[in-house]
Design a binder for this molecule. Structure first.
Ligand code: MSP
Length: 642
């Protein structure tokens, strides 16, 4: 059976960062793993180059859009090439074949009756290239995904009958519980679909940087919606709608995506495929988000980790190991130099690197570098059995995308090896004239190292090739079968001396995140305080605001809002006021009943998610969260604050 593994295609509006590198590393590891096992495997990555966001970024840079896209796309490709990412194809959505394939798909959906023309009026977030309903917006205005402001757009549009596929999607999720991995992420998707799917606007007339309509439809005003265009890359890359050359790889075995784009891949994408009568991917693997030193990375904070910078300082293979070992697949991960250095020193340098040095040293001393496995079974059956148990357990971790467990288990091999050296102390055996026993232990360790290297190859291809070279074998499907599956031992060979694989790292090799640098902080602070001085107000201005003590008499969650609670607050008036507040992440409704709050009481009423809000609560928010501001001692409802 063939395997097809994909990464998302990266937007060409910025440079690659460590989150992009992570997706690419896992996908590359998985593809190398399948190839090692002898599977006919195709690995795709590339760039997503259309849409308003890219058009706007190009305009800002003052370059023609295609030239801008060419440069950034080349930046991604060069980085992956430097990192020796073993992709089979790097697709660009500006490739002619891709555009033809997208038009073919659009035509097929249209012919099937799944695409129709209508008008769209809605709130559009340019950054996410997504329409939202008023109900979905935060505070009636902001994008629920990225928090940026949205624009109201009314335009003629072609629609895809997404609603038609609601039941089929739900059935697919329930028949295939591993469609979304990890399983813990499936609920958010299922609930979204259960909440009702609206037909999807799949063309735009407000800009031109996109794939045009198919000839047969002839409607030149429209270009394709960037997500329709982008998702189809996974099949156009195989020749869908053009050569059909590699369509035998479809359906994909696993499509890696970040959690933020799971909805597009687990709802829209399968619906498009159903419409095209194509099978659905076996798994959508949604990984978590990377932060730096516990902080969200952003260009404005200047704390984005550049994968090239890390690779230059620490080596790309060490970075691959760290990222895949550090986080359970699906969970968020944190990049810190401290944690990275700890893993390099203890796991790579101590556990693995030293092991190789030790057997090179011992075999040099005891047998002129010759290693012979003939007595390993005789003296080390127990260790061989333990080793085989570990080797047999590994496949299921990798197939379940649990790279951290895979590596954790794999490392047990090194502790078996290290322990056997301590227990059997070959240097003592040599003194006791038991040379065969001493050499058997050295050969046992060489065999463990060889087998572990094969299994570590997908994560650290270059390093493990160096180990294999020292142990006189090649890592490929043949050695995988012989040494891992058939459990054979290494033939008689001479070990090569290699320099230490993982020099210890004594101190951070890169500058820390810019936020930690005091000069930048203080420059920003003084700027802020100047700004504050510009904003000084008269006392009268302050008293224009009516602040009052209120008592919460009722509190309810707002359906479909993660942030809002609907409160009834007694301000000593005829009846309580309704206040819709964005505090749901920090307070349960029950915990608020009968508590006191401070309310801005003379605000013009506002509508939030269709509900009137007649006041605003005072609250303080920092990086630890939000807390309400309350009177120090209970006061009567309606007491003025001043
Ligand atoms: N172009 C779309 C994907 C289209 S796929 C048909 C896109 N591009 S992106 O460049 O914005 O993001 C690409 C991937 O990087 C996404 O999977 C996203 O989750 C991932 N990451 C972006 N920032 C990240 C972190 N800080 N951490 C981990 N991954 C993150 O979305």
């Amino acid at each position: 059976m063939s395997k097809y593994i994909t990464t998302p295609i990266y937007y060409v509006n910025g440079e690659a960062h460590i989150g992009h590198a992570y997706t690419t590393f896992i996908a590359d590891t998985m593809a190398r793993y399948e190839k090692l096992k002898g599977e006919d495997t195709y690995f795709l990555t590339g760039t997503d180059e259309h849409g308003q966001k890219i058009e706007e970024s190009a305009q800002k840079s003052g370059k023609p859009t295609q030239e801008f896209a060419d440069e950034i796309s080349a930046g991604f490709k060069n980085l992956w090439d430097e990192f020796e990412i073993n992709y089979d194809k790097f697709i660009r959505t500006t490739d002619e074949d891709h555009k033809k394939g997208v038009q073919k798909a659009f035509e097929a959906m249209h012919n099937k009756g799944d695409i129709y023309k209508d008008f769209y009026e809605g709130h559009y977030c340019v950054s996410c290239e997504t329409f939202f309903t008023e109900m979905q917006l935060v505070d009636g205005e902001f994008c629920p995904d990225c928090g940026r402001g949205t624009n109201i757009i009314k335009e003629e549009s072609y629609f895809f009958r997404l609603s038609k596929y609601e039941d089929a999607l739900l059935k697919h999720y329930s028949d295939n519980p591993d469609f979304i991995m990890p399983r813990s992420r499936a609920n958010e998707v299922i609930n979204f679909v259960k909440g009702g799917l609206r037909d999807l606007s799949v063309t735009r007339t407000s800009f031109t940087w996109g794939v045009g309509m198919p000839e047969s439809i002839k409607d030149d005003k429209h270009v394709m919606y960037v997500w329709l265009d982008a998702l189809l890359n996974y099949i156009t890359a195989l020749g869908y709608g053009t050569t059909e050359e590699n369509m035998r790889y479809w359906p994909a075995s696993v499509q890696f995506v970040g959690k933020d784009i799971l909805r597009f891949h687990a709802i829209y994408w399968p619906a498009f495929l159903m419409s095209l009568d194509l099978p659905l991917p076996k798994h959508i693997g949604a990984h978590g988000w990377w932060t730096r030193d516990g902080e969200k990375m952003s260009k404005s904070k200047g704390n984005v980790v550049s994968p090239r910078e890390v690779a230059n300082a620490y080596g790309v293979e060490n970075l691959r190991y760290f990222m895949l070992r550090e986080v359970p697949f699906g969970q968020d991960g944190d990049f810190s130099q401290r944690a990275f250095i700890d893993r390099i020193n203890s796991e790579l340098s101590n556990d693995l690197g030293n092991l190789l040095n030790r057997i090179i040293g011992m075999s040099g001393k005891y047998s002129d570098f010759e290693i012979d496995s003939k007595d390993v079974l005789k003296y080390h059956k127990r260790e061989l059995d333990a080793m085989n148990l570990v080797l047999d357990s590994l496949d299921s971790y990798m197939e379940n995308l649990q790279t951290h467990r895979y590596l954790e288990e794999l490392w047990k091999l090194f502790s078996i090896a290290n322990k056997s050296i301590e227990e059997h102390a070959p240097w003592v055996k040599m003194k006791e004239n038991k040379k065969n026993e001493a050499l058997a232990t050295v050969a046992l360790v060489a065999n463990i190292l060889a087998k572990a290297s094969i299994m570590l190859f997908p994560v650290m291809p270059k390093t493990t090739n160096t180990i294999a070279d020292a142990l006189n074998f090649k890592i490929d499907n043949a050695s995988y079968r012989e040494l891992v599956i058939e459990k054979k031992l290494l033939k008689l060979f001479n070990i090569k001396v290699v320099p230490p694989l993982f020099p210890r790292v004594e101190e951070p090799l890169m500058a820390e995140a810019p936020l930690a640098q005091p000069n930048i902080d203080s420059a920003k602070e003084s700027q802020d305080s100047l700004k504050e001085q510009d904003n000084l107000i008269e006392i009268g201005q302050f008293f224009e605001t009516s602040l009052k003590v209120g008592v919460v008499v009722e509190a309810k969650e707002v359906p479909k809002s993660k942030k809002l609670l609907k409160l009834q607050v007694d301000l000593g008036e005829d009846k309580p006021r309704q206040v819709v507040a964005g505090i749901r992440e920090f307070y349960t409704p029950e915990s608020l009943i009968n508590t006191q709050v401070c309310v801005v009481a003379n605000l013009k009423p506002a509508k939030l998610m269709g509900m009137i809000s007649e006041g605003m609560l005072l609250a303080a928010k920092d990086e630890d969260g939000l807390c309400l501001v309350r009177p120090e001692k209970p006061k009567k409802a309606g007491t003025p604050i001043g």
